[in-house]
Design a protein around this ligand. Structure first.
Ligand SMILES: Nc1ncnc2c1ncn2[C@@H]1O[C@H](C[S@+](CC[C@H]([NH3+])C(=O)[O-])CC(=O)[O-])[C@@H](O)[C@H]1O
Ligand SMILES: O=C(O)C(=O)Cc1ccccc1
Length: 247
């Protein structure tokens, strides 16, 4: 597959039937543009990963990036940390994503230890790890599968390890939720998406991206075993949490 990256125009023409959103070749080809224009705070969250790793990761420890897509988190870490600071394993179930992520790592950071596995994160056997990143991935799993996965990740973390969980969220207060969603749509318009694109993508994501509330996410982390979690970043209906395993 080509490594060129295109502008996201997937939902720009009227579709008779809007198919369920999937991470296929068409999405992969424009993915960097799509996330940049559709996830408020995406760049800030990536930029913070290496600063968190510097404070919490033992030198040379292992990092998992689950649902790594094109490996943007790995690239952000490799750009900011020396090659001996960490070993990285990205995991994604989409073959097109995995192929392109591997290409990117071998050309952009050949000195760093970057592995990409084409696996379902629900069935992967986890090795011990110092930091686990779930950047906008848990939201795509069926809600019933989320607690089981988080409990397995808690078990895989070393003592003193951290989990970074970034998600689109829903606000249980209907009025506040409506305000966040409306301003999110303004954010998309300001980034060049049309009304048609916004509404067709919303349809494509129905029952595919099922957001939890921030409270529900903290509760899931507690149920999984984490004694402490906090929201370290929030921008409209998008948030990032950090959960700590006891040292
Ligand atoms: N069960 C699964 N197993 C493995 N991968 C999965 C599964 N379900 C979905 N995925 C993968 O999770 C990724 C979600 S995108 C993550 C962005 C990235 N983290 C980034 O920081 O750029 C989020 C978004 O596009 O909003 C896709 O690549 C899916 O193939
Ligand atoms: O575009 C949206 O509505 C989102 O929630 C963000 C997003 C970004 C990339 C793929 C799927 C969802």
């Amino acid at each position: 597959m080509s490594n060129a990256s295109y502008r996201d125009a997937i939902f720009s023409t009227p579709l008779d039937r809007v198919a369920r959103f999937s991470f296929d070749e068409q999405v992969v080809a424009c993915f960097p543009d799509m996330v940049r224009r559709s996830i408020p705070g995406y760049g800030q969250i990536l930029g913070m990963l290496s600063l968190i790793a510097k404070r919490h990761l033992r030198h040379g420890a292992h990092i998992y990036d689950l649902g790594c897509s094109l490996g943007a988190s790995g690239l952000a870490l490799a750009g900011a940390l020396p090659a001996d600071a960490f070993r990285y394993t990205g995991v994604d179930v989409s073959p097109a994503m995995v192929e392109k992520a591997r290409d990117t790592f071998s050309t952009e950071c050949p000195e760093h230890a970057m592995t990409v596995l084409e696996e379902d994160i629900r069935t992967l056997e986890y090795a011990s790890s110092g930091m686990i990143i779930l950047n906008f991935t848990l939201q795509f799993l069926p809600p019933d599968d989320r607690d089981v996965l988080l409990a397995r990740l808690y078990a895989a973390l070393e003592p003193g390890g951290v989990l970074i969980l970034s998600e689109k969220t829903v606000d249980p207060d209907e009025r506040d939720n409506a305000w966040r969603v409306e301003r999110y749509h303004d954010f998309k318009r300001a980034n060049g998406y049309s009304e048609l694109e916004i509404s067709q993508k919303r349809t494509a994501l129905e029952n595919v991206l099922v957001p939890d509330s921030l409270d529900a996410l903290h509760e899931r982390l507690q149920t999984a075993g984490f004694p402490r979690s906090m929201t370290w970043f929030q921008y409209l209906n998008f948030a990032s949490l950090i959960a700590f395993k006891e040292a």
